[in-house]
Each structure stands twice: as structure tokens, then as C-alpha cells.
Design a protein around this ligand. Sequence first.
Ligand code: SAM
Length: 192
Amino acid sequence: GYRSRAAYKLKQLDDLEGLIEGGDTVVDLGAAPGGWLQVAAEKVGPRGRVIGVDLQRIKDLEQTDLAERTETLRGDMTQDKTRKRVLDAADGPVDCVISDMAPNMSGEYSLDQARSLHLARMAFETALEILDTGGNFAVKVFEGPDVDALRADLEDEFQYVRATSPDASRKSSSEIYLIGKGLLTAPVEVGE
Ligand code: SAM
């Protein structure tokens, strides 16, 4: 079984948008407890890799074939040093960045929304640093101010952008996923 109900959201997003292919390298941000990690590890297949990052420790996957293609890091994605560790772990451009990061809920929607937006921005910055040309991106964000601005920024960078809320997340209607497919131009690596 999957470690989280969230696993079904990634399945739905991937069915709708075709984010992950066999052989891909995927970076999964906010990956604990590991539901998306399991789904992504299945999708990339034996030639693929998944790098999961979270503030919380992520337990190794039980199935050895999935565990073999998975690597996890513990760290805070709002810190430069964590983003650097992710770049090091990837060791080259990746095919897909997915982020399900969410703040600890304070109960005050405007505060939680602002924090969610900040996490989504961090995921976007990471995606721009690490994705290969043509790469795909999906990020969770709580609906509210400045989500349109983030979406517009995605539109500058990707061939195709849309917002979607998978059925599996309908209950918490405030969350949406922004999808960016086909990164237009990857950053030029220094020394190339
Ligand atoms: N996709 C996961 C799954 O399927 O198991 C569920 C992710 S859960 C909704 C959100 C996660 O974001 C939490 O595990 C939380 O620790 C993580 N998170 C929140 N802020 C973070 C940050 N600054 N850096 C890294 N992870 C963060």
C-alpha cells in the first residue's frame, strides 16, 4: 500500500498531465512520509531515479527495487544549503520536479497561504536551477493572493502551464497544483 492518500493525487496528476516517464530522474520536494516517492519510483522504472527531500526524515521504502532507485535528503528547502545539496544529489539536469510541500497549519488562512506560496516559489526556483530543457514541474499551492503572479512566471518559463485540483484533493478545496510542462531553456552550466 501507499504511505499517504496524497499518493493518489500524484497518480491523478500524472494520468492527466503526463509528468513522469520511464527512465526519468525526478526530484520530489516535501516528500515525507513518502507516498509520492513510491508512485514516482514506480513510474520512473528500473532505469530511473527519484530524489526525495523533506524537513522530516523519510523512511526507506520497503520494496527493495523501489528503494534502489530512491535517495532521500533531510533538509529545509527554504535554505540555500539544502537546495545546493539537492543539486549535488541530482548531479546534472533532471526531467521532473514535483512539490507537495505545505506549511504547518497555523489555522489562520492568510498566513498559511502566504507560507504555502513561499514554499511554491522555492520549488519553482529549484526547478529553474535543476530541470533540463523540456523538463516538467508540478507544485502545490494554496489558492489566494499572488498565485496568479506565480502562474504568470511559470508561463514565461514553460511551453504549457495549467492549474488543476485532482479529485483526490477536492476535500481541501483551497489547494491547487500548478503544472508547467516543457521547460523552455535550461540554465547553461558554468564550464560547459
Ligand atoms: N507528498 C507527500 C506524500 O505523498 O507522502 C506528502 C507531503 S505533506 C502534504 C507536506 C510535506 O512538506 C511535509 O512532510 C512537510 O514536512 C514538508 N515541508 C514543509 N515545509 C518544508 C520545507 N521548508 N522544506 C522541506 N519540506 C517541507
